[in-house]
Design a protein around this ligand. Structure first.
Ligand SMILES: NC(=O)c1ccc[n+]([C@@H]2O[C@H](COP(=O)([O-])OP(=O)(O)OC[C@H]3O[C@@H](n4cnc5c(N)ncnc54)[C@H](OP(=O)(O)O)[C@@H]3O)[C@@H](O)[C@H]2O)c1
Length: 259
């Protein structure tokens, strides 16, 4: 994997990247929480291949960065639709570094596979709304435990509150792995700090979704890092402005997610 661009200028373009230098390039800023969103897309902008999943468009280089981002994270936030479509076997089988999974759902319907996704760091979480179906909420509480069903928002999940709830649980490195609906809502809520995108060297045609689904947005980003391997171009982009900061909440001096 070679470096094409690094905004920090610490490494020259063309540098071959070992694991340590790649990790350095993707390090989150210290002293605050950080929410990054990671996607893979085909060259023609599709987030799924012919099988309706992302597995048919990802590449070895994408998988390397995908795994690194998980290792740098305390929690992986994902929409219920993606869990239903993908099943999330990789997180379930992850090694001892596995971050906690947090599933976002308005309906409160816990996808079947989530019960098995306990990480050594704790049970999976369900982020849902107060007006979700009470029977679904109680069934989710039975599976995950009372404290792991987090109600944020009344009629719909409030993603600002959701982020704050995760921070209150001590998670400071937050990674969202989609899907497109959740990503659109996260951008609209102004809670995304960074977008990570692999552009896989394949064209799939069809009518597949793009990485963002939903309302029109006007979000500016600036590139922090671009790398390339075997035709996959992988970028790290910062959302401008970082987010409406307000008073910065001091973080506990816990061990960082950089494990
Ligand atoms: N290429 C990639 O990197 C990548 C990454 C992720 C997903 N994907 C693909 O994307 C497809 C799924 O797309 P999608 O847009 O349906 O995914 P999604 O955003 O994960 O799922 C939508 C569902 O998630 C919940 N949700 C999303 N945003 C929410 C919000 N703001 N508040 C409350 N609940 C929210 C809702 O669940 P409830 O119905 O339970 O309320 C909603 O119906 C799959 O084919 C998957 O393979 C690709």
């Amino acid at each position: 994997m070679r470096l094409l661009l690094s905004e920090s200028g610490a490494l020259a373009p063309g540098t071959e990247l070992d694991d340590a230098s790649l990790r350095e390039l993707y390090a989150a800023p210290s002293g605050r929480s950080w929410l990054r969103v990671n996607f893979v897309s085909s060259l023609d902008g599709a987030v799924t291949g012919p099988d309706g999943r992302s597995g048919s468009i990802n590449t070895a280089a994408d998988f390397r960065v995908f795994q690194l981002l998980r290792r740098l994270s305390d929690v992986v936030v994902v929409g219920a639709g993606t869990v239903r479509a993908e099943g999330y076997p990789a997180l379930r089988d992850e090694d001892v570094d596995a971050p906690v999974l947090a599933v976002v759902s308005n309906s409160g319907a816990l996808p079947e596979t989530v019960a098995r996704m306990t990480s050594p760091r704790g049970s999976a979480l369900l982020l849902t709304r107060r007006q979700a179906d009470p029977a679904r909420l109680s069934s989710a509480r039975e599976v995950l435990g009372e404290d792991n069903v987090v109600l944020v928002g009344d009629e719909a999940v409030d993603l600002v509150q959701a982020r704050a709830a995760l921070e209150d649980k001590g998670f400071r490195h937050l990674l969202c792995e989609g899907g497109p609906t959740l990503f659109g809502h996260l951008l609209a809520a102004g809670v995304v700090d960074e977008v990570d995108l692999t552009w896989a060297p394949a064209v799939v045609g069809g009518t597949h979704a793009r990485i963002v689904r939903g309302t029109d947005l006007d979000v500016d980003l600036s590139p922090l890092v671009l790398v390339e391997e075997d035709g996959s171009v992988i970028g790290r982009w910062q959302v401008k402005p970082v987010r409406p900061l307000g008073p910065v909440k001091p973080l506990d001096p816990v061990e960082s997610g950089d494990r």
